[in-house]
Design a protein around this ligand. Structure first.
Ligand SMILES: [Fe+2]
Length: 243
């Protein structure tokens, strides 16, 4: 296994200001590789720019529900009306080639001793939300690497199968041999844990550490772009409260 420092990015959701802040920080922190647990697009005003940046970085990306619905002509009737409106808008912002990129994203990827999935490994296309250890239980039966990163809830958290511990206050996690970790990396572009700062993690495969990072970014510009695009006001407001 090669040693590397991975930035693990989740739920970027077309927020260019948040993404560029995270990438500048990652470069300063000596990150060598980029991976993503999906939802590159949806909600915010710069889906195409964020998607292109992922490709430029050779970022390994798995499919999120927004990536899926923005690239498949499926009915949006199960969606929250606000989410459905943004998915239609986002589809219109993307070229056919960019939509094809989203369409070919895999549901999960295992590489370098860890796994990436947007929701859960037991039923990745059901887009289940894992907020507690009971909801993580079924997933763990399908996790064959010691570390699996996920997103979808936009709430950073660690489930440790052996220790049966749920940690929400983590800044630095040491990966211990024999344990299995299911780690939500939080959201770059639309945090929902009450903290509006963008979130991501750095996974160091040699030091065996997962570092949770939070950063302030140019929220006002991201909000102004949402308003200029005619997207729902609620999307601009929620960025400021992290909900
Ligand atoms: Fe999401």
């Amino acid at each position: 296994m090669k040693s590397a420092r991975y930035a693990v990015l989740g739920d970027i959701h077309g927020n260019w200001e948040a993404l560029s802040t995270v990438l500048a920080d990652a470069a300063e922190q000596g990150v060598t590789e980029y991976v993503s647990v999906g939802d590159v697009v949806g909600y915010n005003a710069d889906p195409a720019a964020c998607l292109e940046k992922m490709r430029e970085l050779n970022c390994v990306v798995v499919r999120g529900n927004h990536d899926h619905y923005c690239s498949h002509e499926e009915s949006l009737h199960d969606f929250h009306p606000l989410a459905a409106k943004v998915i239609s808008w986002t589809r219109d912002q993307l070229s056919e080639e960019q939509i094809e990129y989203l369409r070919q994203l895999k549901m999960h990827v295992s590489m370098d001793g860890f796994t990436l999935v947007h929701s859960t490994l037991d039923m990745p296309d059901h887009w289940g939300y894992v907020f507690d250890s009971l909801e993580a239980e079924a997933h763990f039966n399908y996790q064959h690497t010691s570390v699996c990163f996920y997103g979808h809830t936009h709430v950073p958290v660690v489930f440790d199968k052996l220790g049966r511990v749920t940690r929400r206050d983590t800044e630095m996690l040491k990966i211990e041999i024999g344990h299995k970790y299911f780690i939500n990396v939080g959201s770059v572009g639309q945090p929902r844990d009450g903290d509006p700062r963008c979130a991501y993690v750095i996974y160091d495969t040699e030091a065996k550490t997962v570092e949770f990072r939070r950063l302030t970014y140019d929220l006002a510009t991201a909000q102004a772009k949402i308003r200029e695009a005619g997207l729902p006001e609620r999307l601009a407001e929620r960025l400021a409260i992290g909900k």
